[in-house]
Design a protein around this ligand. Structure first.
Ligand code: 5GP
Length: 211
């Protein structure tokens, strides 16, 4: 991309039911694109084995979460299953104004709030599983979650999927590699939107001066 043209970063939201492959896709995108940073959410959910505080989530208790929310430190927040999740505001604002893109793994409730607060910066992508059976298989293969959690997540999947039409891009995740390519294509096109290339008028001015 035109590295010499100043641009404003965008907010790329990936939503899906749990188990549709969103975490793998997010990791793939982050590994392949230096201009993308992950928004690390704050949650009251206990860490799963292997999750790192400050990397996967900022793990807090309900009181700490409430304090952060009350002082206006969250860009959006929602209750998902029995836990609270929210996006700390300051790192997102810093990244966007530095021309970096921010990737969000948040649910439909948070996406609606971002749409109200920052529609121009937002690109919304919904990931669908290829089949219900595949979703169930992926949830069960995540050995960290108990059988109860898996069945609760299957029940929630249908609700989450009912919000697909609130997203402008839909990726059906048959194959992680192919889906990653599709998300990268979305990102490339969205970055090229004229309104995001805030340095364009200077660039074009320079071009015309030289003609
Ligand atoms: P998990 O507990 O499996 O990591 O996440 C459960 C759900 O919460 C996922 O659908 C995920 O997208 C959503 N989620 C994670 N962080 C946030 C957040 O900061 N805000 C909102 N609204 N949803 C989140």
């Amino acid at each position: 991309m035109c590295a010499n043209i100043v641009r404003r970063g965008l907010m790329l939201v990936l939503s899906s039911p749990s188990g549709a492959g969103k975490t793998t896709l997010s990791r793939g995108l982050l590994a392949s694109d230096d201009a993308v940073t992950m928004s690390v959410s704050m949650t009251t959910r206990p860490p799963r084995p292997g999750e790192v505080d400050g990397e996967d989530y900022i793990f807090v208790d309900p009181q700490q979460f409430g304090e952060m929310r009350n002082r206006g430190g969250l860009l959006e927040f929602a209750k998902v299953f029995d836990n609270y999740y929210g996006t700390p505001k300051a790192p997102v604002e810093a990244a966007l104004s530095a021309g970096r893109d921010v990737l969000f793994d948040i649910d439909w409730q948070g996406t609606q709030q971002l749409q109200e607060a920052a529609a121009d910066d937002l690109v919304r992508v919904f990931i669908l599983p290829p089949t219900a059976a595949e979703l169930e298989r992926r949830l069960k293969s995540r050995a960290q979650d108990s059988a109860e959690v898996v069945s609760a997540r299957m029940a929630q999947a249908s609700d989450e999927i009912s919000h697909y039409a609130e997203y402008e891009y839909i990726v059906v995740n048959h194959d992680a590699e192919e889906s990653l390519g599709q998300i990268r294509a979305i990102l490339t096109a969205e970055r090229l939107k004229r309104a995001r290339q805030t340095g364009l008028s200077d660039f074009v001015h320079g071009l015309r001066e030289a003609l």
